[in-house]
Design a protein around this ligand. Sequence first.
Ligand code: CA
Length: 224
Amino acid sequence: MRILVVEDEEELRDVLAKQLKEHGYSVDSCADGQEAEDYLEASEYDIVILDILLPKRSGIQVLEWIRKRGISVQVLMLSALDSVGDKVAGLDAGADDYMTKPFAFEELLARIRLLTRKKAGNRTNVYQALDLVMDVTRRRVYRSGKEITLSNREFALLEYMIANPDAVLTRSQIEQHILDYSYEGSSNMVDVYIRYLRKKIDEDHEKKLIRTVRGHGYMLCTDG
Ligand code: CA
């Protein structure tokens, strides 16, 4: 899952980006509303954590721009503005959630998981495809009851695919959702990580979860 952090307070921005990365998210960050729009235009994000009082363009202006453009991203407002009126204004402008500062990082993580599963139409943080079970809260994956150990990037890849089941995902889509701008690796990294993941989750099983859709990309199948 790829997250954009928009926060003008440098220390908070750095801590947020660092901690989210440690929890396996791909993270980009920026310090003002104009930059936020540039990032959102250039890449596909799953979630944007958006401050309200920002230089150049306010969080509310950015939010309105996102909704007007029809950009599909979950917006979590994170602001020191804690009056009922501010929250109502944020939610009415199209925010998916609103958190006030100061906040507990654990709660932010829980809300990120909530937004992710809502988008996927899942009611819990446990995803299932055939006999594969992925518990995102506990960061565990099982196939036929047997636990599988995944690297952070393999986990991110599987999480993105299982949250978009039975849909063809292009290499570019996959790349955008599991990498951030700091990634400097080979251009065929998606194929490489798909290969790693297949080896771990599909190799010893008759029914394959990951399918190659020739000329398009990959798909995680839930119907065997
Ligand atoms: Ca601010």
